[in-house]
Design a protein around this ligand. Structure first.
Ligand code: GLA
Length: 716
């Protein structure tokens, strides 16, 4: 709607337009700043994705007011708008209609609801892709995507980026100084790359910049193999599977760099205009675990990381969801937002069952316990038509609350009661699990055994650590490690010399590092490390991997007779993968061997070392060349945590999760959640005040999905 024509809400607009125009003029000279840690005021916030453009006031009079009033009654205080509204904001090229956004923001303010604006670059309008077909992305099968859904754009298209820059500039200028706008979300869940010829040429240029000469590229990719040798950059294909591992890894680097520059262009436009207090984020999809691109790299340019925490089919898997939240917190090593989560059910899973009563409240509290400073539901209300009519929503097609509204309102009340002690606090861990995208990609390109599920393997290390130490960070392999007493790296397949130096320094200074199977097999070009595994760590470890085996059956594991670990050498089983470890230095200690009773033989593995440790400097380096069963893993990691002197808080019964958030002055907020299907009773070490019931308790009785919040003064 062109702003020159009269608009029912004219009087409101004139006042607001004048206000923001004044600000715009005065601040356009500010340079783009680098991201600063963002602390969410009044955390945790509660809200939802809201789409006022789907309910224009002339067709649905009073609808916005009714929605916002219902949100306020549910103690909500934030909405996200606009991420899919391009065709409403710019109905025809260069004609912007943003008055409705002003009105929505003003009405939200009236209901004490802050606004996050999404830049609408995930779903371009029909006029745009029709006029500029080069803005459409091409799938790996060579077919161009088309209008009618979303993600049809080409993230590498200069024309598309130019058109994105125009609309983002308009939005930034109009709302960058709006007092009720607290942040911006760039696009929506970066997902599909493009395989069109122009993007392929960009990939070839990316390789040229990295390798400088074809000779170097041919060397690092061993292209003499299968006569892959390149004599011109334009010969290099762009594929995401069944290609040279060096090429596949670099394609992932290219995709990451391309999304980062796509995002950076919008970040720079926003930063140059918006108030410094407005944060910039993007909502990361793929249940956090997707690996289309490197999440550390992408979130580096943002003030705040946020992800979309969905269960999909089934029910909350408490350990997995705890791990994914710690994974998300590790992207920027600071608190994050849950920008989307399901209000009951989704619409995209094989079976879109609803979560049980109490389950979404437990999911929200778990996320908060792991560092979430906001919980937003997708979505407030389903559009009357479109591809997501069946998705769970807070209000129904008639605009009245769905059953889930009551549970969200209860959560809203919870947060009103606890915000004062939770705001400004964050989790703190003495144990870290390392995650590395190059290693993940390298293993996924060549699994060697279909059973090698890296998310499950990370969880098999994380779950016992979380139940032993409660707080666990999941961080990038290159992250600072000196604050951790114990570091576990389940699948560090790619280890370059600089990374090896980083890890050895950590160990020398007193850290205890446990490497998992397939460690150090590859270098940064995804080439085999000629030293054998663990590559550049062979010397420090004083041992190497003689041979790796994909297992088609479980293999017994035992403690060697002279084990310093535990007397009576309990046994366990190795599964999926086994490496024969060969100590070469005399001070290497063998912790585990393959094999059981003399009659129980397993060919190449028997009596060979499966786990070894070497003391180095003030710390120790351990290589675990296989995947022990849960019980044995628990034993090994509880021994490792105690040897590393990790401080253990009160132990909880199985299935009861204790999350702790710390204030900068050392005060703690304990959040206890019962994920069991049965009630649990926990005796507290001393009487504690419980905030949700406002009672002083010595025992907490938790129904299934029950939550208690217990603030404690710092012991200092
Ligand atoms: C994603 C998207 C949303 C919506 C939900 C549905 O997370 O960001 O737009 O499609 O999924 O669950």
């Amino acid at each position: 709607m062109n702003s020159t024509r009269r608009h029912p809400y004219q009087c409101w607009m004139q006042i607001l337009l004048l206000m923001s125009a004044a600000f715009c003029l005065s601040t356009t000279s500010i340079q783009a700043e680098t991201p600063k840690p963002y602390a969410t005021p009044n955390a945790p916030l509660l809200g939802s994705a809201w789409y006022p453009e789907q309910w224009p006031p002339d067709q649905y009079p009073g609808r916005w007011e009714a929605d916002l009033a219902l949100m306020e009654q549910a103690h909500m205080n934030v909405v996200r708008i606009g991420e899919f509204a391009w065709s409403t904001i710019e109905p025809t090229e260069g004609h912007y209609n943003m008055d409705w956004i002003d009105l929505a923001i003003t009405l939200a303010a009236k209901h004490h609801i802050a606004v996050v604006i999404g830049t609408p670059t995930d779903a371009p309008p029909a006029w745009l892709t029709n006029r500029y077909p080069q803005t459409l992305g091409m799938n790996v099968d060579g077919k161009f995507r088309e209008h009618g859904s979303r993600r049809q754009f080409n993230y590498a298209s200069p024309r598309y980026r130019q058109l994105c820059a125009l609309i983002v500039t308009q939005l930034a200028k109009r709302f960058g100084h709006n007092p009720n706008v607290i942040g911006w979300q760039i696009g929506n869940e970066y997902t599909d790359e493009s395989f069109d010829p122009a993007t392929r040429a960009q990939f070839q240029q990316f390789l040229k910049t990295k390798y400088k000469t074809l000779e170097n590229l041919n060397k690092q990719w061993s292209t003499a193999y299968w006569s892959q040798t390149y004599t011109d950059w334009s010969q290099i294909p762009m594929q995401n599977a069944n290609e040279n591992p060096g090429l596949l890894l670099d394609h992932k680097h290219f995709v990451t760099a391309t999304w980062r520059s796509f995002q950076r262009e919008q970040v720079d436009i926003l930063r140059a205009v918006i108030l410094p207090r407005q944060f910039i984020t993007t909502n990361i999809g793929g249940l956090a675990w997707s690996d289309n691109w490197d999440h550390y790299s992408i979130t580096a340019d943002l003030d705040l990381a946020s992800w979309d925490d969905y269960v999909g089919q089934g029910h909350l898997q408490a350990s997995r969801n705890a791990m994914l939240n710690d994974f998300a917190r590790g992207w920027k090593r600071q608190n994050f937002w849950i920008m989307e989560t399901q209000p009951g059910s989704v619409n995209w899973a094989p079976i879109n069952n609803a979560l049980d009563p109490g389950e979404i409240r437990a999911l929200a509290w778990q996320a908060i316990g792991h560092g979430a400073d906001a919980i937003l539901y997708w979505q407030w209300r389903d559009a009357l038509n479109g591809q997501e009519q069946y998705h769970g929503a807070i209000v129904g097609p008639d605009g009245n609350p769905n059953p889930i509204y009551a549970e969200i309102k209860q959560l809203g009340h919870d947060l009103d009661l606890t915000r004062a002690v939770i705001a400004g606090t964050s989790p703190h861990a003495e144990v870290a699990v390392l995650h590395d995208y190059d290693s993940r990609w390298a293993i996924d390109f060549q699994l060697h055994t279909k059973d090698y599920d890296q998310e499950q393997i990370l969880l098999d290390f994380y779950r016992p650590l979380q139940s032993i130490a409660q707080s666990v960070d999941v961080v990038e392999a290159t992250a600072p490690l000196d604050s951790y007493k114990l570091v576990v790296a389940p699948s560090l397949n790619v280890i370059s010399q600089p990374l090896a130096d980083h890890l050895v320094t950590y160990v020398r200074n007193g850290g205890h590092l446990i490497l998992g199977p397939r460690s150090g097999m590859k270098d940064q070009y995804n080439s085999l490390n000629p030293q054998r595994q663990p590559g550049p760590l062979v010397e420090a470890l004083g041992a190497h991997v003689d041979q790796f085996y994909a297992l088609d059956d479980k293999v017994p594991l035992s403690f060697p007779p002279d084990s310093r670990h535990l007397s009576g050498s309990p046994r366990g089983k190795a599964d999926i993968w086994a490496e024969v470890l060969t100590p070469t230095a005399p001070d290497v200690h063998v912790d585990l061997i393959y094999g059981g009773t003399p009659s129980d033989t397993h060919g190449w593995l028997d009596n060979h070392a499966a786990m070894i440790t070497r003391a180095i400097g003030k710390g120790s380096l351990t290589l675990l060349g296989t995947l022990p069963d849960d019980d044995l893993m628990y034993q090994l990691l509880s021994k490792a945590t105690s040897e590393a002197h990790v401080s253990i808080d009160v132990r909880m019964p199985y299935g009861v999760e204790l999350c702790t958030r710390f204030s900068p002055t050392g005060n703690k907020v304990l959040i206890v959640i019962n994920h069991n299907k049965t009630p649990q009773s926990i005796t507290l070490p001393k009487p504690m005040h419980e905030l949700l019931t406002d009672k002083t308790l010595t025992t907490i009785d938790l129904p299934t999905q029950g939550v208690v919040v217990l603030p404690t003064e710092s012991s200092q």
